[in-house]
Design a protein around this ligand. Structure first.
Ligand code: GRF
Length: 216
């Protein structure tokens, strides 16, 4: 994990990468606003120009940047451009919150031990997109009774499989609707993401977050 900013209490600089509604970004912004999280979202970067996450950032007075992939642009070239934009904000941490693109080392190599990802599944399960819906379908088939959410580091191009910083288990209640289940999963994401960031950002300058992680 990147060395803390200069002084023990200086808010950690977060750059948040988004691709959609930004409900996880909103949870971070709210936690900073409440004073619960010793951090400042210094920029929100999206690969899509028309997403509500950008409106949430603007409303909070946070600089926003849209970095869209150009036609026929190689993935590594896009990632290098994205890294250049993100590095320009001197982040302590880069938080992938609802970010929906796989990142190569052309991006990750710029931010060793600084990139965190939120994934709506438990370690080693349901990697990739649609994890919430897939968990629900597996529970309907009787092959799953629980799922969960995790926050992990992204050291390399592995998909949703980096060192785990926090997990939260969610029991699947089949007496409820899918919408109820999905909302419970998102609520759990919001809580775990903030709790994990608090664990890292509010730690004293000398403390080192260990990978036992947080369970919300
Ligand atoms: C969340 O389930 C997130 O984990 C996934 O996209 C969903 C919406 O995230 N990647 P947000 O509301 O855009 O933060």
């Amino acid at each position: 994990m990147k060395a803390p900013s200069e002084s023990a209490n200086q808010p950690r600089r977060l750059v948040v990468l988004v691709s959609g509604s930004g409900s996880n970004l909103q949870a971070i912004l709210d936690a900073c606003q409440r004073g619960d999280l010793n951090a400042q979202v210094v920029a929100v970067v999206s690969n899509k120009s028309d997403v509500f996450a950008l409106e949430r950032a603007a409303k909070a007075g946070v600089p926003t940047v849209h970095v869209g992939r150009q036609q026929d642009e190689r993935r590594a070239d896009f990632d290098s451009r994205l890294a250049d934009v993100v590095a320009g904000f001197s982040p302590d941490l880069v938080v992938l919150a609802g970010w929906m693109r796989l990142l190569t080392m052309s991006f990750l190599g710029w931010f060793p031990e600084q990139v965190l990802n939120l994934h709506p599944a438990l370690p080693g399960e349901l990697a990739g997109t649609g994890a919430i819906e897939r968990a629900w379908k597996e529970s309907a088939a009787g092959s799953r009774t629980r799922t969960g959410v995790m926050v992990h580091l992204v050291p390399d191009e592995g998909v949703d499989d980096g060192p785990v910083l926090g997990t939260a288990v969610v029991e699947i209640d089949r007496t409820k609707t899918y919408d109820d289940f999905e909302q419970l999963m998102h609520d759990t994401e919001h809580r775990l993401l903030v709790d994990t960031l608090i664990e890292i950002c509010n730690a004293s300058a000398t403390a080192r977050p260990d990978h036992r992680g947080v369970s919300a």
